[in-house]
Design a protein. Structure first.
Length: 152
């Protein structure tokens, strides 16, 4: 809700965690010339009965997401954060669960890296999957560094 109220994506503890995974500061993360933060639905879907975000509204995804990617420059790296982004950006190659998809990160090539959502709701997932911090995060940081340092 803080993000929705401020209009600044990842302007909360999940953003702090994501920036730590990427090893970049707020100045780089919010520099539109360097990083494109593209939500799946472009509109806050509200909460379900358990307090989790509802899925992205399909009409928002159809209306905005494909248009934006067609009009954007070629991205050097796409971070598919969460299940919905993984299903969209991996074009049918996502596994049955977010865990399986993220575990198979090596299978998706250099352009797309699937990540769990950095929310506190995934603290237990991170504890159960220590390989994420030891294997995927160092790779992620290298890819981010390479993408940010390459010529545009």
């Amino acid at each position: 809700m803080r993000v929705h109220k401020t209009g600044i994506p990842y302007n909360d503890p999940s953003g702090e965690r994501l920036r730590a995974w990427l090893d970049i500061g707020r100045d780089v993360f919010y520099d539109e010339a360097k990083v494109a933060i593209v939500p799946m639905g472009f509109c806050f879907p509200g909460y379900d009965e358990l307090g989790a975000d509802k899925p992205p509204r399909p009409e928002c995804v159809r209306t905005w997401h494909e248009r934006l990617f067609k009009a954007s420059p070629q991205f050097k790296l796409i971070l598919a954060v969460g299940t919905y982004a993984q299903r969209y950006h991996l074009h049918g190659k996502a596994r049955k669960s977010m865990s399986e998809t993220v575990q198979a990160w090596r299978d998706y090539g250099p352009l797309v890296i699937p990540l769990p959502h950095p929310s506190w709701r995934n603290n237990n997932w991170l504890k159960k999957n220590p390989w994420f911090e030891t294997e995927l995060v160092p790779h992620l940081r290298r890819r981010v560094r390479d993408a940010l340092s390459s010529e545009r």
